[in-house]
Design a binder for this molecule. Structure first.
Ligand SMILES: [Fe+2]
Ligand SMILES: [Fe+2]
Length: 320
């Protein structure tokens, strides 16, 4: 070991981070409440188009021809809905980590209430418009929720804040692009509304981590680098997720390019990560890891785009 190896500034404990960030939570909670608009899931659903299903009430069984929404958009809708359905798990996670007291607790409950609308409105819409098989959907929900959600940074405040900053933006983009892919203006309108909620959530968490960069720059940088390195969508535990996410990426609803350029980069820019000062050796190392991650993602995204382009022209040739 050389004398200059790993000088680490003292680390703030998880409790100290929560206490120090509390006033920031309070300010951003107020900001959030002043910006969040009330909206009603029932207004987004064309109820008069609904028909009774088979089973108990003896209606008509679901058929894939009941809806004209393209297959890949249906896949994305199912992934997005199952992701929203897992809310109890997310709530458990942040309630355990952030606690139920004062501003943190108020935020946890308010956020949960807002997120609750997302699953409600998407499920109502899909059921009434018969866009997806309701039996398969319910079975998938049972499997997915029974598995629950966890990630590798469950018990670390800054890692969790970094993760949700990216994840809220990722779901915003995924909802918005899914809406476009449906070719159904009403579904698009609904998902744009959900996406607007996700954006406000992202800003809340992003502002908190920005404050953490002031408070403990090296710890914040370490958290961001770790989270970018092993980022997974919250729905990654859904049965068949690998196959589904490839279809979603091939359709341009959510792919590596969007992940890098529309999710990671804008948030990193807001934190001004490349110009943060006062880093210790581990903070500097984390920043280097982050830069390497982004370079790697750039290469993977380009490779994926090339393959996708080649695939598209092959398909076009076959059709032409
Ligand atoms: Fe949501
Ligand atoms: Fe959200």
């Amino acid at each position: 070991m050389t004398a200059s190896a790993t000088p680490r500034t003292p680390q703030l404990s998880q409790e100290a981070l929560l206490i120090e960030l509390e006033p920031v939570v309070e300010r951003n909670l107020e900001r959030h409440l002043s910006l969040a608009k009330e909206w009603f899931p029932h207004e987004y659903v064309p109820w008069s188009e609904g028909r009774t299903f088979d089973g108990l009430l003896g209606g008509e069984a679901w058929s894939p021809t009941d809806s004209t929404i393209p297959e890949v958009a249906r896949t994305a809708l199912i992934v997005n809905l199952l992701t929203e359905d897992n809310l109890p798990s997310y709530h458990r996670q942040i309630a355990t980590l952030f606690g139920r007291d004062r501003a943190w607790g108020t935020w946890v409950d308010r956020w949960t209430a807002e997120e609750g609308r997302h699953g409600i409105v998407i499920r109502d819409y899909l059921t009434v418009t018969r866009a997806v098989d309701p039996v398969a959907l319910e079975r998938a929900r049972m499997v997915h929720m029974s598995t629950g959600y966890s990630n590798s940074h469950d018990d670390e405040v800054l890692h969790s804040l970094a993760y949700v900053s990216f994840q809220e933006l990722a779901t915003r983009i995924s909802h918005r692009n899914t809406g476009k892919a449906t070719g159904d203006p009403r579904c698009e309108q609904l998902l744009a509304r959900v996406a607007a909620d996700e954006n406000l959530h992202m800003v809340f968490y992003r502002n908190l981590l920005a404050a953490a960069f002031e408070l403990a720059p090296s710890q914040a940088m370490r958290a961001v680098a770790d989270v970018v390195a092993d980022f997974q969508m919250p729905g990654a535990g859904i049965e068949g997720f690998a196959r589904k996410s490839v279809a979603i990426a091939l359709a341009g609803i959510y792919d590596l390019r969007q992940h890098r350029d529309e999710v990671l980069q804008p948030v990193l820019r807001q934190w001004d990560v490349w110009n943060v000062t006062g880093l210790d050796a581990d903070g500097e190392a984390a920043r280097e890891e982050l830069a390497a991650q982004l370079d790697g993602l750039e290469q993977s995204a380009s490779r994926f785009e090339e393959k996708r382009d080649a695939r598209r022209s092959r398909l076009a040739d076959r059709i032409g």
